[in-house]
Ligand binder design. Structure first.
Ligand code: NCD
Length: 320
């Protein structure tokens, strides 16, 4: 394709991460997502473009938003969606990730949506199956559809991504959301700041082209977007911070700290939120400034676009 040509196809078999995707490809996904936002607000939300296709949600970790929105997205496009419940699956009998994937693969799904606690597990699985694979979060590595729905929310609210100053605050070390957002925002021309205690910043992260701050008041200065992250205690072994109370005092987003950001700064959070830990309730619920519910809404549109773009690349009827 010539440079400058409008990208019309997603040029990969799987969606495993944001790293390596070009601005054109990211824009392609965001533009396609945009077309579903209005449709999702209508009474009749359904299309049949993916009729006959099968999506399997395979979640080895807890999820509310991501799993539900992939299910809704698939159903709104007319495909069948199966939710594998790990608790009642053969994983509980000791079956490995790869054996579980191969078993599902033998039933000819078109897309596997996979969340797993180990970084790299989804990539490994994608190498063993014939269908398309979407990474719905692998350990602390990537969560591409979260970064895309964040980008769609930002683009709709601010009219652009390029040139914005974005602060990502909190548990950066354990966050796949932070990593995917850093790649996406940098690729789309935003400036990224990370704000966290030293213990929650991975060493060498500056190499990804971000500025690091250990003080909220300093780091939030003049920011257009304030993205808060949950303390991911399930991935922590040992003490990363003295107490919840102290963490909130220094790193929890309240109106006092927010006053350093731009007056029209947008507040975001991927959820699930821990109120009173990384964010004060009144800030999270601020109708004028918080985009947290809109992020959830955009999640369905983005996942519809991703499913459709990946299915466009799948072969048609195998027997014909
Ligand atoms: C995030 C995740 O699972 O990575 N949640 C989400 O998908 N919206 C963030 C988190 O768990 O804190």
């Amino acid at each position: 394709m010539n440079q400058g040509d409008l990208q019309t196809r997603f040029p990969h078999r799987h969606l495993l991460g944001i790293e390596g995707l070009t601005p054109d490809v990211l824009s392609l996904i965001l533009d396609r997502s945009e077309s579903y936002v209005e449709q999702n607000r209508r009474a009749d939300k359904n299309k049949s473009t993916l009729y006959g296709r099968t999506i399997v949600n395979l979640f080895f970790e807890a999820s509310t938003r991501t799993r539900t929105s992939f299910e809704l997205a698939g159903k709104r496009l007319g495909s069948d969606v199966i939710n594998m419940s790990i608790d009642t699956s053969s994983v509980k009998k000791g079956e490995t990730l790869i054996d579980t994937a191969m078993t599902l693969n033998a039933m000819h799904p078109d897309v596997l949506v996979v969340r797993h606690g180990a970084s790299g597990a989804v990539q490994l699985l994608s190498e063993k199956v014939n269908c398309a694979v979407i990474n719905a979060g692998d350990g602390r590595h990537e969560h591409p559809t979260q970064a895309l729905l964040d980008a769609l929310t930002i683009r709709r609210r601010k009219g652009r991504i390029s040139g914005l100053l974005v602060a990502i605050c909190g548990d950066i070390s354990h966050s796949r959301v932070a990593r995917s957002n850093i790649h996406l925002l940098n690729t789309m021309g935003a400036r990224v700041r990370l704000i966290a205690p030293r213990t929650l910043i991975p060493s060498g992260i500056e190499n990804l082209g971000v500025e690091v701050f250990n003080d909220m008041n300093e780091g939030l200065k003049d920011c257009d977007i304030v993205m808060m992250l949950r303390l991911q205690t399930e991935r922590m072994q040992g003490g990363f911070f003295p107490s919840i109370r102290e963490y909130f005092h220094f790193f929890g987003l309240d109106y006092e700290k927010l006053a350093n950001a731009r007056e029209d700064a947008l507040i975001m959070h991927p959820g699930p939120m821990n109120r009173g830990v990384e964010i004060a309730s009144e800030v999270a619920d601020d109708i004028g400034r918080s985009a947290i519910r809109e992020q959830v809404e955009m999640g369905v549109a983005v996942r519809m676009a991703c499913l459709e773009l990946l299915m466009d690349n799948l072969p048609g009827d195998e027997t014909s």
